[in-house]
Design a binder for this molecule. Structure first.
Ligand code: 13P
Length: 308
């Protein structure tokens, strides 16, 4: 009990330190839904990959500190090129984004010259710069259907790509990438959990495999989950994604019941309060991108925002 008390006091002190530094340095702090709940306490905005960067671009902050992973911080930089963007730790990568390299995409484009390239937000700035348009899990189907091309190179998530293929007549050329956190969830175990909780609504991220999505009642990204869980009249939910999401939903809707069917993303959990303090104090781990990449990647993001 004494140890728990000491940890809580330490956490409170760190939070206080962050809040003070954030004010002194005119900083906006973005916290992705998958982060640990301590991070929610320092956030100006909590949300999904894209929404956070859009919110930050609207502020007059000098610094954006992103508690999330690298591709998210890069997106923030692309949308706010004049602001300083900090990532508390460079360990916060994304195995899915790493599965798509610029070199491999160049080869793929040569093989399919008539295809448009639609890249999911979980990609590096370099890959976005080589893409015709970006998408999120929420708008992927709409973006694909808005393009004039009949063939679409969709990267890097093959599960999301298959989901899009099930909703469009266009030919989706899948990329062999996946998010292991979602890909490794087991459909049989989910079916069992659903049987044990017959009144629960299953909400699943479209990065899950098709057999999981077939069990789901509602398929959406993390931003969609937060909205759906609040507004839907169901009282019981099974949340199928990264484990942090359930914590967020419990905070948002304390009168509802959330069962977690999830894996933990180690990259998302590398961000801690001491790392935030260090990054903010010393402008540590600034995201820097070449001007040319920013301009091209912004075009792909802007085109998405136009279509969506
Ligand atoms: P969202 O865009 O739904 O927040 O998802 C982020 C992510 O990285 C899922 O693995």
């Amino acid at each position: 009990m004494e140890l728990k008390q000491a940890i809580m006091e330490d956490t409170d002190k760190l939070i206080e330190q962050v809040l003070k530094l954030k004010q002194q340095k005119n900083t906006v702090i973005l916290v992705h839904n998958y982060q640990i709940p301590d991070m929610y306490k320092i956030a100006d905005f909590i949300g999904d990959s894209l929404e956070l960067s859009k919110q930050a671009a609207k502020t007059d902050a000098d610094i954006i500190l992103f508690c999330g992973v690298k591709f998210m911080a890069e997106t923030a930089k692309i949308l706010s090129p004049k602001k300083t963007v900090l990532l508390p730790t460079l360990e916060a990568g994304c195995s899915l984004a790493d599965m798509a390299t610029a070199e491999k995409l160049k080869e793929m484009k040569k093989k399919h010259p008539k295809a448009a390239v639609v890249s999911y937000i979980n990609t590096s700035a370099e890959v976005k710069a080589l893409s015709d348009v970006c998408c999120t899990s929420m708008n992927a189907v709409k973006i694909v259907n808005s393009l004039p091309n009949e063939e679409i190179i969709f990267l890097p998530d093959k599960n999301l790509g298959r989901y899009v293929q099930s909703k469009t007549n266009k030919k989706i050329i899948l990329w062999d990438g996946y998010c292991s956190i979602h890909h490794e969830l087991n459909a049989e175990a989910l079916t069992d959990l659903k049987k044990q909780n017959p009144n629960a609504m299953v909400i699943a991220h479209p990065e899950c495999r098709t057999d999981i999505l077939q069990v789901a009642d509602h398929i959406c990204g993390t931003g969609g989950m937060a909205i759906f869980a609040k507004l839907d009249k169901a009282k019981d939910f099974i949340v199928v994604t990264e484990c942090g999401m359930t914590e967020k939903l419990r905070e948002d809707a304390p009168d509802k019941n959330f069962h977690s069917f999830c894996n933990i993303c180690p990259y998302m959990k590398t961000t801690t309060l001491p790392l935030v303090v260090n990054s903010l104090k010393n402008n540590q781990n600034e995201i820097k991108l070449p001007e040319e990449i920013i301009v091209k990647a912004k075009k792909a993001l802007d085109r998405m925002l136009e279509f969506a």
